[in-house]
Design a binder for this molecule. Structure first.
Ligand code: ZN
Length: 270
């Protein structure tokens, strides 16, 4: 849990990065408890696209964002498609994707902004990657499953951050809870996709008979280091979503289920 801490809020418990809060950026990851959704989404499901009652989701979003000092109207959510498209977000986008899926940022798995907009992505095993460049004040959030990781969405995020004047050597990154190699068995097809894009396949360990355990955290950490981030600037939660049914939804473990949210936003005060 380097850099991460459990935070007990007014009604919810969640994970935060205190070192970033001190610099004026709230980064958080929700757990699955304390919300209004019913099975199989019980109870703090924060995503509209999984078949849950939208009213319960909007209630849950208000609850979670309230803990962080934000409201839905100040945040943006995207239509996540396991791609590598990263969009630049501005204050004009505030509210998009927050009340309905229709106006979510289309086909987008990464967002970067320099403004006071809360960025929200949804997860049940995929990797939440947070970015904060303190010198320029840029923040970003990515959703990286195995496809997004294999196609290097982390690199794509840094391309946008660099194009806006940010520097990888100044950049802080954090990786939230996601499925760990303990629970993430994959086949040859996944190994092959990575071998097209990575020289080093250290993120795989063989189980035999064409099966492998995939470490998505290690793969994304390798990408961040290759981009020039300092190892000590990468905070890793190190929590497996599939191992902790009491805290986290897991698609691999449960199939139809809810989604946790990752959030990043600059403090609205000051
Ligand atoms: Zn596990």
């Amino acid at each position: 849990m380097t850099g991460w801490k459990w935070q007990r809020g007014r009604t919810l418990t969640y994970l935060t990065i205190p070192g970033w809060s001190k610099l004026g950026v709230m980064a958080a990851f929700a757990v699955r408890t304390g919300g209004a959704s019913e099975n199989p989404y019980s109870s703090l499901n924060l995503a509209l696209h999984v078949g849950d009652d939208p009213e319960a989701v909007l209630h849950n979003r208000a609850l979670f964002l309230g803990e962080l000092g934000y409201e839905s109207k100040d945040c943006v959510a995207a239509e996540q498609v396991h791609g590598t498209r990263v969009l630049w977000v501005t204050a004009k986008d505030r509210g998009r994707g927050m009340q309905s899926l229709e106006d979510a940022l289309p086909k987008c798995d990464g967002m970067v902004t320099g403004e006071k907009v809360g960025l929200l992505c949804f997860y049940a095993d995929c990797v939440p990657i947070y970015f904060f460049e303190p010198r320029t004040g840029l923040i970003g959030l990515a959703h990286a499953g195995w496809l997004g990781t294999a196609h290097k969405i982390a690199q794509e995020m840094l391309t946008i951050i660099k194009s806006a004047g940010g520097r990888p050597e100044n950049c802080l990154a954090a990786i939230g809870p996601c499925i760990g190699p303990c629970c993430y068995e994959v086949g040859e097809n996944v190994l092959n996709a990575f071998s097209e894009n990575f020289h080093n396949l250290a993120m795989f360990s063989s189980k035999g008979e064409g099966k492998y355990y995939l470490d998505l955290v290690k793969a994304n950490q390798m990408l961040l280091l290759a981009e020039g981030l300092w190892p000590e600037n990468i905070s890793i939660a190190g929590l497996c979503t599939a191992c902790q049914p009491e805290n986290f939804f897991s698609y691999r473990r449960d199939g139809v289920t809810g989604r946790m949210a990752a959030f990043i936003g600059k403090s609205l005060r000051g």
